[in-house]
Ligand binder design. Sequence first.
Ligand SMILES: [Zn+2]
Length: 65
Amino acid sequence: MTIKGKACRNCRKIIEKGKECPVCGSTSFTTFWRGYVAILDPQNSEIAQKMGVSTIGKHALRLSR
Ligand SMILES: [Zn+2]
């Protein structure tokens, strides 16, 4: 399954539109990313904690550029 969007270079949040990251306010994105995890419950998610993610949503696993 592929999803559209770009990943924030700073926090890896994937957004579909907009110029600014809703999480960290960064304006630096990349469309070259692979894999993602959907964090539903950051407080209780081991993955979210490992990734340093504290917000609900999709986050890229790997940024290529
Ligand atoms: Zn961000």
